[in-house]
Design a protein around this ligand. Structure first.
Ligand code: LMR
Length: 355
């Protein structure tokens, strides 16, 4: 008996108020209940193999980013290998909904899969804040060792009982600062309004350097920079290039001060409701795609950094070793502020991945 809905009852728009979405979701769930019962009756009259389930997978970045390419590869492999049983609909660039709404939609089963920045789960768990601690991870290979170890793997199940079954981690890359001034000296960040993702660690990080943090959805960043609603931002080269932030930032400084990666999550009920053989084959594809994305994320970011440089629209600033040390020292107090919430053991496990 299926307890999830695969029909397309409605779609969300990015600007829709959260209460309206909640009401629609509840309405949709009622409709899902009805239609899935009807579906079950119909299904009993025809062979099970005739039923094709749909995985809706909305995300906010452009198709060329590590996430955009990963989502397309996932679709391609699922449809090649399991096309008689599963169909994947990918909605890139926030065209179906923004991240906050997609998290609600996943929890309620309106979409079946998301790959959302770990920073944005802040409202659901403080554990993922470990990924936001500045300069904790020197590079993607260290993040990957941490994620593959026991502490990292446990995080995949952190939100399973709230509807988010983690199935993989995907990298985007390391974040860089952009703004109206070069950020080789942390003092240059003072007084600037920084757009950040919805994370209290990122907020503390900006306060620590004397900036004014503004939490804001990804889809609003370009315009906010263009109109001066914010002065500065932090993101990866692939997001800076594909979302054209470099067109509205005079300087981009290669600080690589933090990690941006994703929890790939499926709706828990959907996942558990899949026939065991299908779930196992789907899981194999998910593992294969995660390896593929993580293998090429650094190269994609390097290529896009080069494209930003070639555009000549924004100057790229590299840090000297002394400047890097100054940045690390000024941001380090953020770790102590969040140690209790995150757990000293988790921070230590992340640090141990560097050795
Ligand atoms: C952001 O909001 O800057 C990122 O989460 C976007 C993304 O998904 O990479």
């Amino acid at each position: 008996m299926r307890s999830f809905c695969t029909g397309n009852f409605f779609s969300f728009s990015a600007g829709m108020p959260r209460m309206a979405i909640f009401s629609l979701v509840m309405l949709g769930l009622a409709a899902c209940g009805q239609s899935s019962n009807e579906g079950d009756e119909a299904a009993s009259a025809k062979p099970a193999a005739a039923r094709v389930l749909t995985i809706k997978f909305p995300h906010v970045t452009a198709p060329g980013t590590p996430k955009g390419q990963g989502a397309e590869r996932f679709k391609q492999l699922v449809e090649e290998r399991l096309g008689d049983r599963l169909k994947v609909e990918v909605y890139p660039s926030g065209q179906l909904m923004n991240d906050d709404d997609s998290m609600d939609a996943l929890a309620f089963g309106e979409v079946q899969m998301i790959a959302t920045s770990l920073s944005k789960f802040d409202r659901l768990t403080t554990k993922f804040q470990v990924f936001d601690l500045p300069f904790l991870f020197p590079g993607l290979e260290v993040v990957e060792r941490f994620q593959a170890g026991p502490a990292g793997q446990e995080l995949l199940n952190e939100l399973a009982d709230r509807g988010f079954q983690g199935v993989a981690f995907w990298h985007n890359g390391m974040k860089q600062f952009g703004g109206p001034r070069p950020m080789n000296d942390p003092a240059n960040a003072k007084g600037l309004k920084f757009r950040i993702m919805e994370s209290d660690v990122l907020q503390a990080q900006i306060l620590q350097i004397g900036g004014n943090p503004q939490k804001m959805a990804f889809g609003e960043v370009y315009q906010a920079l263009q109109t001066g609603a914010v002065d500065a931002q932090e993101n990866t080269w692939s997001n800076i290039y594909s979302s054209k932030f470099y067109e509205v930032q005079d300087y981009l400084t290669d600080t690589s001060h933090g990690y941006l990666g994703y929890l790939v999550a499926v709706n828990t009920e959907f996942w558990q409701g899949l026939p065991a053989d299908l779930r196992s084959e789907l899981n194999d594809i998910i593992i294969e795609v995660a390896e593929w994305v993580n293998d090429q994320a650094a190269d994609i970011n390097e290529e896009m950094k080069q494209k930003v440089a070639d555009s000549g629209k924004s100057e790229i600033v590299e840090l000297t070793p002394e400047e890097l040390t100054a940045w690390q020292e000024v941001m380090r107090p953020v770790w102590a502020q969040f140690e209790e919430e995150i757990g000293a053991d988790l921070i230590q496990a992340a640090q141990a991945a560097s050795n």
